[in-house]
Design a protein around this ligand. Structure first.
Ligand code: MN
Ligand code: MN
Ligand code: ZN
Length: 288
């Protein structure tokens, strides 16, 4: 069996509902936003809320290693605008604190966009941001996961090399891991349907970061063909990766211990179908 399967979950009914809802859709892993992702506001939670959440994790017998948070959309750690960069750093700090309150160990971020200032400058901005956040809050033990993104709008981190360069230049490397998003990877030219390409990809991750740094897979199908860079997620099996593509991708032993999280269109109902489909794919390759 794989370590974890689940979806990005809404927290609109309260974060303490997430573990139960995860079970209802057939999952044992999940990802949440620690606050409204379209707002700079990120208030700390009431102690009562955090306590309730931890209690439901226990009740549903979910593993905290399968619980992830995804950073807000406004944050841009690579921003060349100092005011925006500062707001991003402070917002990320709040997110780390909220994760700590909930007992969530992994906070997934998009590395950032240099907005035209160039990759070198962008990478140094990201490193400066992560150094500050982790110097102040590293003791909380929250691990930052750099997610591979698509090569549009000055995004940094559409190649494994870029993710590794960011991490390797940071002062607190031990608190930095990565997420691989299959749709974003496919968009960036990593053919996750092809056995040799996946083999190369996993070797690249292992050489540049260490495969044990890969803490989460965002398992998303893609509405667009290989290398299109458009970032449109499709339901599992309904896009250009397809059931057969995921069968190849998921057949790799190295991925067995990495939780799979879908960020596909729709909400819990659709995600239950995606999870079911992943389980069927896994069963078809003898992983049960
Ligand atoms: Mn993301
Ligand atoms: Mn993703
Ligand atoms: Zn995406």
């Amino acid at each position: 069996m794989v370590k974890g399967i689940g979806a990005h979950m809404p927290t609109s009914k309260g974060v303490h509902k997430v573990p139960g809802e995860t079970r209802k859709i057939g999952g044992n892993a999940f990802q949440i936003f620690p606050h409204n992702p379209r707002s700079w506001r990120a208030n700390l939670l009431k102690d009562e809320t955090a306590r309730c959440f931890k209690k439901s994790m226990e009740r549903e017998e979910l593993d905290f290693n399968n619980a992830f948070a995804h950073s807000g959309y406004l944050i841009n750690l690579a921003s060349p605008n100092e005011e925006n960069w500062r707001k991003s750093v402070e917002c990320l700090k709040q997110e780390v604190r909220i994760c700590h309150q909930l007992g969530i160990k992994y906070l997934n971020i998009h590395p950032g966009s240099h907005l035209g200032a160039g990759e070198e400058f962008g990478i140094s901005q990201i490193q400066r941001a992560l150094d500050e956040v982790l110097a102040e809050l590293g003791d909380l033990g929250v691990v930052i996961l750099l997610e591979n993104v698509t090569p549009k709008g000055g995004n940094i981190g559409h190649t494994i090399k870029q993710l590794a360069r960011i991490r390797n230049g940071c002062a607190y490397k031990e608190l930095i891991g990565m997420t691989f998003d299959t749709c974003h990877g496919f968009d960036s030219g990593y053919d996750v349907r092809d056995k040799n390409a996946v083999d190369r990809l996993l070797k690249e991750i292992d050489v540049l970061l260490g495969i044990e740094r890969l803490k989460m897979i965002h398992l998303n199908d893609s509405m667009n063909p290989l290398g299109s860079g458009k970032d449109r997620h499709a339901p599992i099996g309904e896009g250009h990766i397809g059931d057969e593509g995921f069968r190849v991708f998921l057949s790799f032993e190295a991925l067995r211990n990495v939780p799979l999280i879908v960020e596909t269109p729709g909400s819990n109902e659709e995600h239950a179908k995606d999870i079911e489909r992943i389980k069927e794919i896994l069963a078809s390759i003898g992983v049960v």
